[in-house]
Design a protein around this ligand. Structure first.
Ligand SMILES: [Zn+2]
Ligand SMILES: [Zn+2]
Length: 303
């Protein structure tokens, strides 16, 4: 299986347009600090790729990656579709950016589809430009993606809703509760498994079981510690209250991640306040000592 890391930042990216924090200012001066919104691409077949989460950067992410460039025909594209882990804006605002295509395939849970279709009215807004063609992301058992050889499955993580889909803002009844899933991708050719989980409000038992069976895992590294959002002034809530288990501290994910048998264990989805956006931060050495990496922009991962 071949993966491309298209971006590794939480909402806003690094730098964020209206932020003058240390990380954002440094990223303006020094390109090695820059991070695009978190996303990976996975090769579903020879020259056919699915992008996991459609970020506001998706156009630039495709341009920066030769494997995703169009051709040989003028409107041929190797981007076969998009898989969504949730309905957050920073993971879905890229869908309107793909409207130049005659159709866009989107794989998502019924809940995520309902939030985007009914909450954001995305199908209706995009109808004059393109057609979103939806496939339900299976949760009970893995199913072939686009005819195989990859199999995909959503593993339920939490019921954290995007703010635009808070109860009172979404009409027309039940949306279900598959708000946030981790994406499990298995290659039927060699049995290799990747799990991509950029938003962990919790670390449920079933997710842990699935992570234990993976060869490569990407997990939520939004905040270094629980107080970071309050200390840096980006929120009045803690990391946990914002729906992201921190890396360190009593509720931290580092120990659980380090305990997994996966050959590659990576943090992604870094907020611009996270000290890890500094390539020389001490935290990188501390994680490396535990066998954990911070995902690099534009990395190619072969399993
Ligand atoms: Zn995000
Ligand atoms: Zn900032």
């Amino acid at each position: 299986m071949r993966l491309l890391v298209l971006g590794t930042a939480a909402g806003g990216g690094v730098p964020q347009w209206n932020c003058a924090c240390r990380g954002c200012d440094a990223a303006r001066a020094e390109p090695s600090w820059r991070r695009r919104h978190a996303s990976i691409a996975v090769e579903a077949g020879e020259g056919r790729w699915f992008v996991v989460n459609a970020t506001p950067d998706i156009g630039e992410q495709i341009e920066e990656c030769a494997a995703l460039h169009p051709g040989p025909g003028r409107r041929d594209t190797p981007v076969a579709g998009v898989i969504l882990t949730d309905a957050e804006l920073d993971h879905t605002l890229g869908l309107p950016r793909l409207r130049e295509a005659s159709g866009v395939r989107v794989v998502a849970t019924g809940t995520v589809r309902a939030a985007l279709s009914r909450g954001l009215r995305l199908d209706r807004v995009l109808a004059p430009y393109t057609t979103l063609s939806w496939t339900t992301l299976p949760e009970q058992a893995p199913e072939p993606l686009d005819g195989g050889p990859l199999e995909v499955q959503g593993i339920r993580v939490s019921g954290k809703r995007p703010r635009y889909a808070a109860d009172e803002n979404v009409d027309n009844g039940d949306l279900g509760d598959a708000w946030v899933v981790a994406l499990r991708i298995r290659d039927a050719r060699d049995g290799k498994v990747v799990v991509y989980a950029p938003a962990l409000a919790a670390w449920p038992e079933e997710l842990d079981r699935v992570l234990r069976g993976a060869d490569c895992v990407f997990v939520d590294g939004t905040f270094w510690d629980d107080e970071e959002p309050r200390r840096t002034g980006c929120s009045s809530r803690t990391s946990t209250e914002m729906g992201h288990l921190p890396i360190t501290g009593p509720n931290g994910t580092q120990a659980r991640l380090a305990a997994l048998p996966a050959a590659r264990r990576l943090y992604t989805h870094l907020n611009n306040t996270n000290p890890l956006v500094d390539p020389d931060a001490e935290g990188h050495r501390r994680l490396a000592a535990a066998g954990i990496e911070v995902a690099s922009e534009r990395a190619v991962i072969e399993l």
